[in-house]
Design a protein. Sequence first.
Lengths: 251, 160
Amino acid sequence: MLKFLLALIVFGILAGSIARMFVPKERRAPRMQFRKLFQQLAGVLLVVSLGVVVAHWFWNRPAPSELQTAGNASAAGAPSFKASDITGASFGRGFALTDHTGQKRSLADFRGKVVLLFFGYTQCPDVCPTAMQRFQETMKLLGPQAARVQVLFVTLDPERDSRELLAQYVPWFDKSFLGLSGSPDETAAVAKEFRVFYAKRKSDGALGYTLDHWAGAYAFDAAGRLRLYLPPELSAADLASDVRQLLATAG
Amino acid sequence: MKAVSLFVSLLLAAGSLAASAEAGLRVEQAWARPTPPGAKVGGVYMQIHSAGIADRLLSASSPAAAAVELHAHVIDGGVASMRALPGIDLPADAVVELKPGGLHLMLIGLKAPLKPGQKLPLKLRFAKAGAKAVVAEVGEPAANASANRTPASHAEHAGH
Protein backbone atom coordinates (compact mmCIF):
# COMPACT_ATOMS: atom_id res chain seq x y z
CA MET A 1 0.00 0.00 0.00
CA LEU A 2 2.76 2.39 1.01
CA LYS A 3 4.86 1.46 -1.98
CA PHE A 4 1.90 2.08 -4.23
CA LEU A 5 1.33 5.56 -2.87
CA LEU A 6 5.01 6.45 -3.10
CA ALA A 7 5.05 5.24 -6.70
CA LEU A 8 1.94 7.31 -7.37
CA ILE A 9 3.58 10.42 -5.93
CA VAL A 10 6.77 9.93 -7.95
CA PHE A 11 4.74 9.25 -11.05
CA GLY A 12 2.67 12.33 -10.44
CA ILE A 13 5.73 14.52 -10.15
CA LEU A 14 7.28 12.99 -13.28
CA ALA A 15 4.05 13.28 -15.25
CA GLY A 16 3.63 16.86 -14.14
CA SER A 17 7.16 17.77 -15.21
CA ILE A 18 6.78 16.06 -18.56
CA ALA A 19 3.37 17.59 -19.17
CA ARG A 20 4.78 20.99 -18.38
CA MET A 21 7.29 20.58 -21.21
CA PHE A 22 4.44 20.33 -23.70
CA VAL A 23 2.75 23.51 -22.59
CA PRO A 24 3.95 26.39 -24.82
CA LYS A 25 6.04 28.97 -22.99
CA GLU A 26 3.39 31.70 -23.23
CA ARG A 27 0.70 29.57 -21.71
CA ARG A 28 2.77 28.54 -18.74
CA ALA A 29 2.11 30.27 -15.50
CA PRO A 30 4.77 32.78 -14.48
CA ARG A 31 7.66 31.29 -12.56
CA MET A 32 6.81 32.90 -9.26
CA GLN A 33 3.27 31.56 -9.20
CA PHE A 34 4.40 28.10 -10.23
CA ARG A 35 6.88 28.04 -7.40
CA LYS A 36 4.18 28.90 -4.88
CA LEU A 37 1.88 26.26 -6.29
CA PHE A 38 4.71 23.74 -6.18
CA GLN A 39 5.43 24.57 -2.56
CA GLN A 40 1.79 24.21 -1.64
CA LEU A 41 1.59 20.91 -3.46
CA ALA A 42 4.78 19.66 -1.80
CA GLY A 43 3.34 20.62 1.57
CA VAL A 44 0.14 18.73 0.89
CA LEU A 45 2.04 15.71 -0.34
CA LEU A 46 4.25 15.74 2.75
CA VAL A 47 1.26 15.79 5.06
CA VAL A 48 -0.47 13.05 3.08
CA SER A 49 2.67 10.87 3.05
CA LEU A 50 3.16 11.28 6.78
CA GLY A 51 -0.48 10.38 7.28
CA VAL A 52 -0.07 7.28 5.17
CA VAL A 53 3.06 6.21 7.05
CA VAL A 54 1.34 6.64 10.42
CA ALA A 55 -1.76 4.79 9.25
CA HIS A 56 0.36 1.97 7.83
CA TRP A 57 2.26 1.54 11.07
CA PHE A 58 -0.91 1.70 13.13
CA TRP A 59 -2.63 -0.85 10.95
CA ASN A 60 0.21 -3.30 10.94
CA ARG A 61 1.47 -3.10 14.49
CA PRO A 62 2.11 -6.55 15.99
CA ALA A 63 -0.83 -7.97 17.95
CA PRO A 64 0.00 -8.57 21.63
CA SER A 65 -1.24 -12.16 21.37
CA GLU A 66 1.24 -13.17 18.70
CA LEU A 67 3.44 -15.94 19.99
CA GLN A 68 5.99 -15.77 17.24
CA THR A 69 7.87 -12.57 17.92
CA ALA A 70 9.94 -11.69 14.92
CA GLY A 71 13.08 -9.86 15.96
CA ASN A 72 12.55 -10.39 19.67
CA ALA A 73 14.88 -9.14 22.37
CA SER A 74 17.81 -11.15 21.06
CA ALA A 75 21.03 -9.35 21.76
CA ALA A 76 23.99 -9.71 19.44
CA GLY A 77 25.53 -13.16 19.79
CA ALA A 78 22.27 -14.76 21.00
CA PRO A 79 21.55 -18.24 19.63
CA SER A 80 19.42 -18.42 16.49
CA PHE A 81 16.85 -21.19 16.44
CA LYS A 82 15.01 -22.98 13.66
CA ALA A 83 11.93 -23.02 15.88
CA SER A 84 10.32 -19.80 17.08
CA ASP A 85 12.22 -18.11 19.86
CA ILE A 86 9.76 -17.05 22.55
CA THR A 87 12.31 -16.48 25.28
CA GLY A 88 10.88 -14.17 27.90
CA ALA A 89 7.27 -15.22 27.28
CA SER A 90 5.07 -14.40 30.24
CA PHE A 91 2.96 -17.55 30.00
CA GLY A 92 3.74 -21.25 30.23
CA ARG A 93 5.28 -20.97 33.65
CA GLY A 94 4.68 -24.55 34.66
CA PHE A 95 2.21 -27.32 35.33
CA ALA A 96 1.07 -29.67 38.06
CA LEU A 97 -0.09 -33.00 36.66
CA THR A 98 0.23 -36.73 37.24
CA ASP A 99 2.46 -38.88 35.08
CA HIS A 100 1.51 -42.28 33.73
CA THR A 101 3.18 -44.06 36.64
CA GLY A 102 0.94 -42.21 39.08
CA GLN A 103 3.59 -39.79 40.29
CA LYS A 104 2.79 -36.11 40.70
CA ARG A 105 4.94 -34.00 38.41
CA SER A 106 5.70 -30.34 37.94
CA LEU A 107 8.07 -28.56 35.58
CA ALA A 108 10.62 -28.11 38.37
CA ASP A 109 11.09 -31.90 38.52
CA PHE A 110 12.86 -31.77 35.18
CA ARG A 111 15.38 -29.07 35.98
CA GLY A 112 18.68 -29.91 34.33
CA LYS A 113 16.97 -31.30 31.24
CA VAL A 114 15.58 -29.70 28.12
CA VAL A 115 11.84 -30.37 28.20
CA LEU A 116 9.76 -30.86 25.06
CA LEU A 117 6.09 -30.44 25.91
CA PHE A 118 3.40 -31.70 23.57
CA PHE A 119 -0.39 -31.66 23.94
CA GLY A 120 -2.45 -34.36 22.26
CA TYR A 121 -4.60 -37.42 22.83
CA THR A 122 -4.19 -41.13 22.18
CA GLN A 123 -7.12 -41.54 19.80
CA CYS A 124 -5.55 -39.09 17.39
CA PRO A 125 -4.54 -41.04 14.28
CA ASP A 126 -2.26 -38.58 12.56
CA VAL A 127 -0.94 -35.41 14.18
CA CYS A 128 -0.07 -36.90 17.56
CA PRO A 129 1.71 -40.05 16.36
CA THR A 130 3.55 -37.91 13.79
CA ALA A 131 4.71 -35.50 16.48
CA MET A 132 5.73 -38.27 18.85
CA GLN A 133 7.57 -40.01 16.03
CA ARG A 134 9.41 -36.80 15.32
CA PHE A 135 10.44 -36.50 18.95
CA GLN A 136 11.66 -40.07 18.79
CA GLU A 137 13.75 -39.27 15.71
CA THR A 138 15.10 -36.19 17.46
CA MET A 139 16.23 -38.31 20.40
CA LYS A 140 18.02 -40.65 17.99
CA LEU A 141 19.77 -37.73 16.32
CA LEU A 142 20.86 -36.35 19.68
CA GLY A 143 22.64 -39.58 20.57
CA PRO A 144 24.13 -39.48 24.10
CA GLN A 145 22.75 -35.96 24.64
CA ALA A 146 19.24 -37.42 24.55
CA ALA A 147 19.76 -38.37 28.20
CA ARG A 148 19.39 -34.65 28.97
CA VAL A 149 16.07 -34.32 27.16
CA GLN A 150 12.63 -35.09 28.54
CA VAL A 151 9.63 -35.43 26.23
CA LEU A 152 6.26 -34.93 27.89
CA PHE A 153 2.88 -35.80 26.39
CA VAL A 154 -0.03 -34.02 28.06
CA THR A 155 -3.39 -35.50 27.24
CA LEU A 156 -6.16 -33.11 26.30
CA ASP A 157 -8.63 -35.98 26.56
CA PRO A 158 -8.56 -37.09 30.22
CA GLU A 159 -12.01 -38.67 29.86
CA ARG A 160 -10.73 -41.34 27.50
CA ASP A 161 -6.98 -41.28 28.17
CA SER A 162 -6.68 -43.08 31.46
CA ARG A 163 -3.34 -43.42 33.18
CA GLU A 164 -3.18 -47.07 32.04
CA LEU A 165 -3.80 -46.07 28.45
CA LEU A 166 -1.09 -43.40 28.61
CA ALA A 167 1.28 -45.93 30.14
CA GLN A 168 0.76 -48.14 27.10
CA TYR A 169 0.83 -45.39 24.51
CA VAL A 170 3.53 -42.90 25.46
CA PRO A 171 6.55 -45.13 26.20
CA TRP A 172 5.90 -47.04 22.98
CA PHE A 173 7.55 -44.15 21.14
CA ASP A 174 10.49 -44.01 23.53
CA LYS A 175 10.90 -45.52 26.96
CA SER A 176 11.89 -42.18 28.45
CA PHE A 177 8.79 -40.31 27.30
CA LEU A 178 6.28 -39.47 30.00
CA GLY A 179 2.54 -39.11 29.69
CA LEU A 180 0.86 -36.52 31.86
CA SER A 181 -2.78 -36.13 32.75
CA GLY A 182 -5.07 -34.38 35.15
CA SER A 183 -8.74 -33.96 35.87
CA PRO A 184 -10.78 -32.14 33.24
CA ASP A 185 -10.34 -28.93 35.28
CA GLU A 186 -6.59 -29.41 35.64
CA THR A 187 -6.38 -30.13 31.91
CA ALA A 188 -8.27 -26.93 31.13
CA ALA A 189 -5.96 -25.01 33.48
CA VAL A 190 -2.73 -26.26 31.91
CA ALA A 191 -4.12 -25.71 28.41
CA LYS A 192 -4.94 -22.14 29.40
CA GLU A 193 -1.50 -21.59 30.90
CA PHE A 194 0.11 -22.73 27.68
CA ARG A 195 -2.40 -21.08 25.38
CA VAL A 196 -3.30 -24.44 23.89
CA PHE A 197 -6.59 -24.51 22.05
CA TYR A 198 -8.57 -27.73 22.15
CA ALA A 199 -12.22 -28.55 21.55
CA LYS A 200 -14.33 -31.67 21.20
CA ARG A 201 -15.74 -32.24 17.77
CA LYS A 202 -18.66 -34.57 17.64
CA SER A 203 -18.21 -37.42 15.20
CA ASP A 204 -21.23 -39.14 13.71
CA GLY A 205 -19.39 -42.37 13.27
CA ALA A 206 -17.96 -44.89 15.64
CA LEU A 207 -15.58 -42.45 17.31
CA GLY A 208 -18.03 -40.42 19.36
CA TYR A 209 -15.80 -37.39 19.23
CA THR A 210 -12.41 -36.25 18.04
CA LEU A 211 -10.43 -33.31 19.37
CA ASP A 212 -9.48 -30.26 17.45
CA HIS A 213 -6.28 -29.13 19.09
CA TRP A 214 -3.28 -26.93 18.79
CA ALA A 215 -0.66 -29.07 17.15
CA GLY A 216 2.52 -27.27 18.13
CA ALA A 217 4.81 -27.97 21.07
CA TYR A 218 7.08 -26.09 23.45
CA ALA A 219 10.69 -26.39 24.51
CA PHE A 220 12.08 -25.39 27.90
CA ASP A 221 15.76 -25.03 28.62
CA ALA A 222 17.49 -26.91 31.43
CA ALA A 223 16.82 -24.02 33.82
CA GLY A 224 13.08 -24.49 33.35
CA ARG A 225 12.56 -21.39 31.22
CA LEU A 226 10.12 -21.48 28.30
CA ARG A 227 12.25 -20.85 25.22
CA LEU A 228 10.77 -22.14 21.99
CA TYR A 229 7.49 -22.68 20.22
CA LEU A 230 7.86 -25.74 17.94
CA PRO A 231 5.58 -25.56 14.90
CA PRO A 232 4.10 -28.87 13.73
CA GLU A 233 6.17 -28.91 10.54
CA LEU A 234 9.54 -28.51 12.29
CA SER A 235 11.76 -31.40 11.24
CA ALA A 236 13.53 -33.73 13.66
CA ALA A 237 16.90 -32.49 12.38
CA ASP A 238 16.01 -28.86 13.06
CA LEU A 239 14.63 -29.70 16.48
CA ALA A 240 17.77 -31.64 17.36
CA SER A 241 19.86 -28.65 16.33
CA ASP A 242 17.79 -26.32 18.52
CA VAL A 243 17.93 -28.72 21.47
CA ARG A 244 21.71 -28.88 21.19
CA GLN A 245 21.83 -25.09 21.38
CA LEU A 246 19.57 -25.04 24.43
CA LEU A 247 21.74 -27.64 26.13
CA ALA A 248 24.89 -25.69 25.32
CA THR A 249 23.73 -22.33 26.61
CA ALA A 250 21.49 -23.02 29.61
CA GLY A 251 22.87 -23.09 33.15
CA MET B 1 -20.20 -66.25 -41.02
CA LYS B 2 -21.47 -62.76 -40.51
CA ALA B 3 -23.08 -63.74 -37.24
CA VAL B 4 -19.83 -65.20 -35.98
CA SER B 5 -17.78 -62.14 -36.85
CA LEU B 6 -20.45 -59.91 -35.33
CA PHE B 7 -20.41 -62.01 -32.22
CA VAL B 8 -16.63 -61.98 -32.03
CA SER B 9 -16.44 -58.22 -32.49
CA LEU B 10 -19.10 -57.71 -29.84
CA LEU B 11 -17.16 -59.93 -27.51
CA LEU B 12 -13.98 -58.03 -28.20
CA ALA B 13 -15.76 -54.73 -27.68
CA ALA B 14 -17.23 -55.91 -24.41
CA GLY B 15 -13.86 -57.27 -23.38
CA SER B 16 -12.05 -54.05 -24.13
CA LEU B 17 -14.70 -52.02 -22.35
CA ALA B 18 -14.40 -54.21 -19.31
CA ALA B 19 -10.63 -54.07 -19.54
CA SER B 20 -10.64 -50.28 -19.75
CA ALA B 21 -12.97 -50.03 -16.78
CA GLU B 22 -10.72 -52.38 -14.83
CA ALA B 23 -7.58 -50.56 -15.90
CA GLY B 24 -9.36 -47.31 -15.09
CA LEU B 25 -9.18 -46.79 -11.40
CA ARG B 26 -6.01 -47.89 -9.60
CA VAL B 27 -5.07 -47.70 -5.97
CA GLU B 28 -1.35 -47.57 -5.35
CA GLN B 29 1.10 -47.35 -2.46
CA ALA B 30 -1.49 -48.09 0.19
CA TRP B 31 0.17 -47.94 3.60
CA ALA B 32 -0.75 -47.53 7.22
CA ARG B 33 1.15 -46.35 10.26
CA PRO B 34 2.11 -48.81 12.98
CA THR B 35 -0.07 -47.96 15.93
CA PRO B 36 0.95 -47.65 19.56
CA PRO B 37 -0.75 -49.93 22.05
CA GLY B 38 -3.84 -48.31 23.45
CA ALA B 39 -4.62 -46.42 20.26
CA LYS B 40 -7.85 -47.72 18.83
CA VAL B 41 -7.48 -45.62 15.70
CA GLY B 42 -5.09 -45.67 12.81
CA GLY B 43 -4.59 -43.84 9.55
CA VAL B 44 -4.39 -45.45 6.12
CA TYR B 45 -2.94 -43.56 3.17
CA MET B 46 -2.74 -44.25 -0.56
CA GLN B 47 -2.75 -42.83 -4.05
CA ILE B 48 -5.90 -43.23 -6.11
CA HIS B 49 -5.34 -42.96 -9.86
CA SER B 50 -8.58 -42.37 -11.69
CA ALA B 51 -8.86 -42.90 -15.42
CA GLY B 52 -11.19 -41.45 -18.02
CA ILE B 53 -14.22 -41.07 -15.79
CA ALA B 54 -14.64 -39.11 -12.61
CA ASP B 55 -15.49 -41.25 -9.61
CA ARG B 56 -16.06 -41.00 -5.88
CA LEU B 57 -14.78 -43.07 -2.98
CA LEU B 58 -17.85 -43.75 -0.89
CA SER B 59 -16.76 -45.98 1.92
CA ALA B 60 -14.27 -48.53 3.10
CA SER B 61 -14.12 -51.48 5.43
CA SER B 62 -11.52 -53.76 6.92
CA PRO B 63 -11.58 -56.90 9.03
CA ALA B 64 -8.89 -55.28 11.19
CA ALA B 65 -11.20 -52.58 12.52
CA ALA B 66 -14.80 -52.14 13.61
CA ALA B 67 -15.30 -49.29 11.14
CA VAL B 68 -13.42 -47.30 8.55
CA GLU B 69 -14.24 -43.68 7.89
CA LEU B 70 -13.06 -41.14 5.36
CA HIS B 71 -11.44 -38.13 6.98
CA ALA B 72 -9.91 -34.85 5.97
CA HIS B 73 -7.21 -33.42 8.15
CA VAL B 74 -6.70 -29.70 8.39
CA ILE B 75 -3.99 -27.76 10.21
CA ASP B 76 -4.93 -24.12 10.21
CA GLY B 77 -3.03 -21.59 12.25
CA GLY B 78 -1.40 -24.39 14.21
CA VAL B 79 -4.71 -26.02 15.16
CA ALA B 80 -5.32 -29.54 13.87
CA SER B 81 -8.82 -30.76 13.23
CA MET B 82 -10.39 -33.73 11.51
CA ARG B 83 -13.57 -33.82 9.54
CA ALA B 84 -15.47 -36.98 8.55
CA LEU B 85 -16.36 -36.97 4.88
CA PRO B 86 -19.31 -38.63 3.15
CA GLY B 87 -17.09 -39.31 0.16
CA ILE B 88 -13.88 -38.35 -1.59
CA ASP B 89 -14.28 -36.98 -5.10
CA LEU B 90 -11.92 -38.37 -7.69
CA PRO B 91 -11.70 -36.17 -10.79
CA ALA B 92 -11.12 -37.98 -14.07
CA ASP B 93 -7.50 -38.56 -15.11
CA ALA B 94 -6.12 -37.41 -11.80
CA VAL B 95 -4.29 -38.75 -8.78
CA VAL B 96 -5.84 -38.12 -5.41
CA GLU B 97 -3.33 -38.64 -2.64
CA LEU B 98 -4.32 -39.66 0.84
CA LYS B 99 -1.38 -38.72 3.03
CA PRO B 100 -0.48 -37.65 6.58
CA GLY B 101 -1.77 -34.19 7.27
CA GLY B 102 -4.44 -34.49 4.56
CA LEU B 103 -7.07 -36.96 3.46
CA HIS B 104 -6.93 -40.37 5.04
CA LEU B 105 -8.94 -43.45 5.82
CA MET B 106 -9.40 -43.70 9.53
CA LEU B 107 -9.56 -47.15 11.06
CA ILE B 108 -11.74 -47.02 14.14
CA GLY B 109 -11.92 -49.67 16.79
CA LEU B 110 -8.73 -51.49 15.83
CA LYS B 111 -8.90 -55.07 16.97
CA ALA B 112 -5.16 -55.14 17.56
CA PRO B 113 -2.31 -52.64 17.16
CA LEU B 114 -0.89 -52.50 13.64
CA LYS B 115 2.63 -53.86 13.55
CA PRO B 116 5.33 -52.93 11.02
CA GLY B 117 5.39 -55.40 8.14
CA GLN B 118 1.76 -56.40 8.69
CA LYS B 119 -0.51 -56.59 5.65
CA LEU B 120 -3.79 -54.80 6.16
CA PRO B 121 -6.69 -55.90 3.94
CA LEU B 122 -9.20 -53.25 2.94
CA LYS B 123 -12.26 -53.09 0.76
CA LEU B 124 -12.93 -49.74 -0.90
CA ARG B 125 -16.29 -48.92 -2.45
CA PHE B 126 -16.38 -46.50 -5.35
CA ALA B 127 -19.49 -44.98 -6.94
CA LYS B 128 -18.57 -46.12 -10.46
CA ALA B 129 -15.75 -48.58 -10.11
CA GLY B 130 -17.56 -50.59 -7.48
CA ALA B 131 -15.78 -52.54 -4.79
CA LYS B 132 -12.01 -52.90 -4.85
CA ALA B 133 -9.88 -55.01 -2.58
CA VAL B 134 -6.65 -53.33 -1.51
CA VAL B 135 -3.85 -54.46 0.78
CA ALA B 136 -2.03 -51.76 2.74
CA GLU B 137 1.49 -52.23 4.07
CA VAL B 138 2.00 -51.28 7.69
CA GLY B 139 5.18 -49.27 8.08
CA GLU B 140 6.70 -45.88 7.40
CA PRO B 141 7.54 -45.47 3.72
CA ALA B 142 10.42 -43.21 2.65
CA ALA B 143 7.87 -40.93 0.98
CA ASN B 144 6.52 -40.21 4.44
CA ALA B 145 9.35 -37.79 5.11
CA SER B 146 8.19 -35.42 2.39
CA ALA B 147 4.53 -36.12 3.05
CA ASN B 148 4.94 -34.77 6.55
CA ARG B 149 5.82 -31.42 5.07
CA THR B 150 2.27 -30.92 3.88
CA PRO B 151 1.09 -29.16 7.06
CA ALA B 152 3.77 -26.53 6.43
CA SER B 153 2.24 -25.28 3.24
CA HIS B 154 -1.12 -25.32 4.89
CA ALA B 155 0.07 -23.43 7.93
CA GLU B 156 1.60 -20.77 5.74
CA HIS B 157 -1.82 -20.05 4.32
CA ALA B 158 -3.34 -19.77 7.75
CA GLY B 159 -4.51 -16.46 9.04
CA HIS B 160 -6.72 -15.21 6.26
